[in-house]
Design a binder for this molecule. Structure first.
Ligand code: GSH
Length: 210
């Protein structure tokens, strides 16, 4: 098994943290997104969408999408459970993972890729043709980050972890979003005491360094 990874990117980080929590180790191959290794045919055959992470199984099957990769690891190694322990908890994990993906990762990606000169013609990840940045989307991304941070604060005022009483992929996903948001100069607001308490807890787990 091999994980196609890029150490600096937030989406593969989510998978690495998940694996670290389960104590799973696999060979990793760094795909340098900065020099465009992900746009080369060798990677294209593994993932035509040209994004990392990708998990290549020993039979050659390639699984893209970080959450799908986590789902695979959860199935082959259920302990410790990170995707829910009963129907309610499983649904809440999935709900908060989706909040992270649609309202968190996408908001930060919009803010970053539509404002940074490095992405001026690479506004969408994985595209091999030039995609120009749209500055208004950066603004909208920033506003969406505010909404996402507010929602985290509301939720974490009620429960210790996003899906309830236990740490899960929902927390890993949100942790990766919060750290990714720093790339566009956004930090959890000082007034968000519940989120800051949660952040301190989840980011001090050894897996956060993965
Ligand atoms: N939803 C996907 C997102 C994958 C994604 O967008 N990966 C980024 C790195 S965080 C990438 O490969 N970008 C390539 C590029 O910038 O062209 C997942 O979680 O696996």
């Amino acid at each position: 098994m091999k994980l196609y990874d890029y150490k600096a990117a937030p989406s593969p980080r989510r998978v690495r943290i998940f694996m670290a929590e389960k104590g799973i180790e696999v060979e990793t191959v760094q795909v340098d997104l900065m020099t465009g290794e992900h746009l080369k045919p060798e990677f294209h055959v593994r993932n035509p969408r040209r994004v990392v992470p990708v998990l290549e199984l020993d039979d050659g099957t390639c699984i893209d999408e970080g959450v799908a990769i986590c789902r695979y690891f959860e199935a082959i190694q259920p302990e410790p459970p990170l995707m829910g322990t009963d129907p309610k908890n499983q649904a809440l994990v999935e709900s908060w993972v989706r909040h992270a993906d649609f309202d968190g990762f996408l908001a930060v990606a919009d803010a970053l890729r539509n404002s940074s000169p490095a992405f001026s013609t690479r506004a969408l990840p994985g595209a091999d043709e030039p995609i120009p940045a749209i500055p208004a989307l950066a603004e909208r991304g920033q506003a969406s980050i505010t909404r996402y941070f507010n929602r985290l604060e509301q939720r974490l005022a009620q429960v210790p972890f996003l899906a309830g009483d236990t740490f899960s992929l929902a927390d890993i996903s949100a942790l990766c979003v919060v750290d990714f948001a720093k790339w566009v100069k956004r930090n959890v607001p000082e007034a968000h005491s519940h989120t800051l308490r949660w952040y301190e807890q989840v980011s001090s787990r050894p897996s956060a360094a993965a």
